[in-house]
Design a protein around this ligand. Structure first.
Ligand code: PHE
Length: 341
């Protein structure tokens, strides 16, 4: 029995040492140390030994078992280490291979144009506000003095969500005037850029979705002169010192008086050319003094406070800034177009 034990030990140790992978190692464990394994079988025969030999043989058997278990453990660890090293080698990244340069994006021409406008106004102490594109007709129209029946409320012009015409895609950024007056302490100096929606057919100068930047100042003693002075300064910053502006009377329900502001054509300096359709001037924005009724509806006393507001179309500004002839290019996201800015 002693010989059998040392045979098993020698054989098993050699086999374990040579096991090429963990599956075969497991087979060897079952073969030698398993319930029906060779060592176990041998131990079952211990009972047949003369009693005085049993302790010594038992001890030897335990030594063999311990030696096999240790060898098994060692081999398992070695195989694991080997597998890890193989994986690391296989998955190694060669950091010396030249990389593919990532294609860097850049800002959209609309974002550039907006950024320039924002910078001018922030420099003058204005706060930039963000507002919802889904708006209440109450704020888009009623609170802006455009009562029930006003033509701009018509279903043919405006995207409504409900048959009662109460919730809509805002048709202008002007409801941000109301939101600012409702939520901010006086005095107020804000601009509010964002998307607006109207039922317009798509062509070279129209889109059912476009962008406006709203601006508003409310303070004591604010006059039309402040409006003109501020907008003239903005225009000079955007289009260069000495750029002339022209204010024409106009009508908006929420401003009184109202006006439109033109800038002198940058192409012909006012002489008249195709860019300005022979006018010498290009229409830039609508503006006016905030209507006393609009102030009153916001709980502001028009005897104490006054204000002015304007709304500028951002696409037109960007198109002029970057000499883009067709509005559709701005929204089609053709990379060949966008890469030029
Ligand atoms: N909301 C007006 C428009 O969409 C522009 C405007 C804004 C006019 C503020 C006056 C004051 O045409």
């Amino acid at each position: 029995m002693k010989e059998q034990l040392s045979d098993i030990r020698a054989q098993a140790l050699a086999a374990l040492e040579a096991a090429p992978d963990s599956a075969q190692l497991e087979q060897l464990r079952v073969r030698y140390l398993g319930k029906k394994g060779e060592l176990t079988n041998l131990l079952k025969q211990m009972g047949q030994l003369p009693p005085d030999q049993r302790p010594a043989m038992g001890q030897l058997a335990n030594e063999v078992r311990a030696a096999l278990e240790a060898a098994l453990e060692r081999r398992a660890q070695a195989l694991e280490q080997q597998a890890l090293e193989q994986r690391l080698a296989a998955e190694a990244v060669d950091v010396t291979i030249p990389g593919k340069p990532p294609r860097l994006g850049h800002r959209h021409p609309m974002s550039i144009a907006l950024g320039e406008i924002e910078q001018v106004f922030v420099g003058m102490g204005f706060t930039v506000l963000d507002g919802p594109e889904i708006e209440l007709a109450q704020l888009n129209f009623d609170r802006l003095n455009a009562e029930e029946g006003h033509p701009s409320r018509d279903w043919s012009d405006t995207f409504y969500f409900d048959t009662d015409s109460r919730v809509m895609l805002r048709s202008q950024t002007s409801p941000m005037q109301v939101r600012a007056m409702d939520s901010m302490p006086l005095p107020i100096r804000i601009i509010a850029p964002g998307r607006v929606y109207r039922k317009d057919e798509v062509d070279a100068t129209h889109s059912p979705m476009f962008h406006q930047v709203e601006g508003m100042v409310i303070d004591k003693g604010v006059t039309m002169a402040d409006l003109k002075g501020t907008l003239n300064t903005v225009v000079e910053q955007l289009y260069g010192a000495g750029t002339r502006t022209r204010f024409r009377p106009h009508h908006f329900p929420f401003t009184e008086p109202s006006c439109e502001m033109d800038v002198q054509c940058h192409k012909c300096a006012g002489a008249g050319c195709p860019t300005c359709k022979g006018e010498g001037w290009i229409e830039l924005l609508g503006a006016g003094m905030v209507h006393p009724r609009v102030l009153e509806m916001a709980g502001i006393d028009p005897q104490v406070y006054s204000g002015w507001a304007f709304g500028i179309g951002l696409e037109r500004t960007a198109m002029r800034r970057f000499k883009i002839a067709d509005l559709r290019l701005i929204f089609e996201n053709d990379v060949r177009f966008l890469e030029q800015f």
